[in-house]
Design a binder for this molecule. Sequence first.
Ligand code: NAD
Length: 496
Amino acid sequence: MTKHVTHWIGGKPHDGTAERQGDIYEPSTGTVSGKVDFAGRAEVDAAVAAAKAAFPGWRDASLSKRTKVLFRFRELVSEHRDELARLVSSEHGKVVSDAAGEVARGLEVVEFACGIPHLLKGGFSENVSSRVDAYSILQPLGVVAGITPFNFPVMVPMWMFPVAIACGNTFVLKPSEKDPSASVRMAELWAEAGLPDGVFNVVHGDKAAVDGLLHHDDVRAVSFVGSTPIARYIYETAARNGKRVQALGGAKNHMVVLPDADLDLAADAAVSAGFGSAGERCMAISVVVAVDPVGDELVGKVKERVARLKVGPGDDPESEMGPLVTRAHRDKVVSYLDGGVAQGATLAVDGRETPVPGDGFWLGPTVLDHVTPEMDAYRDEIFGPVLSVVRAGSYEEAMDLLNANPYGNGTAIFTNDGGAARRFQNEVEVGMVGINVPIPVPMAYYSFGGWKSSLFGDSHAHGMEGVHFYTRTKAVTARWLDPSHGGVNLGFPTSG
Ligand code: NAD
């Protein structure tokens, strides 16, 4: 029997009938494992109405009440970590250990949000004038929406909703229609944790559901993570409709390897960061920039490691890399192999030759060498297990290449020279930088976000930027008369 995934509205599964549905696949076999309901205007309206109705109560819930629910949610997600990981793996294709890692990284944001009493402290200045005090209050916005991509169905929503809810907002999540089940399981865990009905809602679907949120008058803010063209669309549309918006887009992450680097360390890093999760990570390394003369030796070491990578179904504990998310996406990724060769690159490793089980959405790890900036394989975000190697004559040439790239999500440098690393972190126009660390995903108490075409808006996700995004500041100036002065108003300059 195939599963049926529906919306979660007002603390329970939606009981309506869907006019449209989508297929959910099992990527390792290529079979349909279930159907997901797609929301139209009515379902979006119902979810936003539930969130709006829940807002006054949740906004007024004490900080200690909110924190208790967050701590309980943290415990429940932790207890169900393996179950969530298996759910993600079955719909996304990534190996279970990798999916468990995504749950763990999401949990870090829940833990950050457990500190909300401290994070929501405003400022206070006594006696800005005689018997006049000034202070600031951070207040929630109301109903906020999150629209998330397929590649981290637990972690990316958790970049958003723990902080939004801790700040006193109510939330409507529109997860990816490709792997929708984890979001509903998280909603159930919220309910079990004691979150009041309507504070966290889930609507499934595609553009129609997204547009319903973007045009809804009661949605105050929109957080988005996904590809750059959709991020731009979300940013422009939500802003035009008067909403606060942060939209994180696609990526093309470069890893620069300087001649003095430890090449074994760099090759290990390139392989794990290039092929983990089949390259379907916004922080995956997509381009290795080998600074002369290390190119050939580095590619040799990468090839040795790729040959040892175990490709197989996500639920096989032996597997290190699973399939891609859909057949269409796999076919698009494969097109860059012959396309790259036609434009002058060489296939150092051809992932089509990797033995794979069955008729799933498979492509083995692929290394495309001698890639140049004019090639499509360099210019496009491939978002699959294809590692391109570009040769650069010098550090300066490598830096020019990085800074000319339209994306600016993550990058890494491998070197043993502290001065070179320091210069790199200073000069590179990228939001998240790793030094001998290939995937520099910030901890929850820092904020996650790229530059240039990898982010539209000015707030990164989680950390203090998340708190800032999900609150409005109110500045209060207050005068209380001192009874010792007989209640006489002794004056306060009102100008200025
Ligand atoms: P996507 O842009 O196709 O979809 C993201 C969300 O937008 C989904 O919920 C989807 O249903 C919705 N959507 C898709 N088309 C739409 C349309 N025309 N109008 C309105 N909404 C639409 O992205 P994806 O394929 O799910 O995820 C992969 C992309 O996400 C990659 O580009 C990756 O780099 C990016 N990503 C970025 C980050 C980051 O932090 N910058 C993190 C994860 C993923």
